[in-house]
Design a protein around this ligand. Structure first.
Ligand SMILES: [Zn+2]
Length: 250
């Protein structure tokens, strides 16, 4: 063997030995890597505290039987409440006239349509009483006070400032041939039709039979009140009185 050849073999052997060492080292490192997870699993790592995900602020979803009430501004003039608990002082609307009766001029068109529709059914509509001013109501009231005394008078005639007729939004409607203002009016074809269709024109039966304890007024099948179509449809459908309807917005 020549010297050159021998040196070549020696170098080759050294290289192979080096490679063997490197690969052995690598294998060791790999084993260590593989073993590492097993080792860490033995010591329980502390469970990181879960940061609570912020719950979205719940938007107020209306619930309950009246969740579907109309989206209206209850402080608007159509919903003006006038009763013993809610006196309106000497409130006076701008007036218009229809068939000899005065009304808040903003309801003249609706009232005209309501009456015309009833007449188209062959009904003999009589507009019996519309707007009454504070002074007129006071006159009626004082006359009853003189006759029966204050306690009894207030049961017959609303004291001034508490009558709905002072809002200009109400009308007593009777049959031209049956002008009695008592509960028997409900049997007339006129009332039957008007109480079924009033809401289409923005009116309600203001003092229903079963709401006397809420309204403080006896059943008045002749007294209609304007509240606009949205509120009227809702009030008549749900069988509410105006006091109950207004209370839904408080
Ligand atoms: Zn009336």
């Amino acid at each position: 063997m020549s010297k050159k050849k021998t040196a070549g073999i020696v170098i080759l052997l050294v290289l192979l030995a080096c490679l063997g060492l490197v690969s052995a080292k690598n294998a060791k490192a790999q084993r260590a890597l593989l073993e590492k997870p097993a080792q860490t699993s033995q010591t329980p790592s502390p469970t990181p505290e879960t940061t609570p995900t912020p719950e979205p602020t719940p938007s107020p979803t209306p619930t309950g039987p009246y969740a579907d009430k109309p989206d209206i501004d209850i402080t608007s003039w159509e919903y003006l409440l006038a009763n013993a608990k809610n006196p309106i002082g000497d409130y006076a609307p701008e007036l218009g006239t229809l068939e000899g009766q005065k009304f808040d001029k903003r309801i003249i068109d609706a009232m005209t349509d309501f009456v015309a529709a009833a007449r188209a059914q062959g009904l003999s509509v009589c507009l019996s009483s519309g707007y009454r001013s504070y002074d007129e109501q006071n006159y009626l009231y004082q006359r009853k006070v003189a006759q029966y005394g204050e306690a009894s008078a207030a049961k017959i005639v609303a004291p001034p400032g508490t009558s709905e007729h002072q809002t200009g939004l109400a009308c007593d409607i009777t049959d031209k041939y049956y002008e009695f203002k008592d509960s028997s009016l409900e049997n007339t074809a006129l009332y039957q039709w008007m109480s079924q269709h009033c809401q289409e024109y923005g009116f309600i039966v203001r003092y229903p039979k079963d709401k006397e304890d809420v309204t403080g007024i006896v059943y008045e099948p002749w007294h209609f009140r304007y509240v606009g179509t949205d509120a009227a449809k809702y009030i008549m459908e749900k069988g509410l009185c105006l006091e109950e309807f207004v209370a839904l917005y408080k």
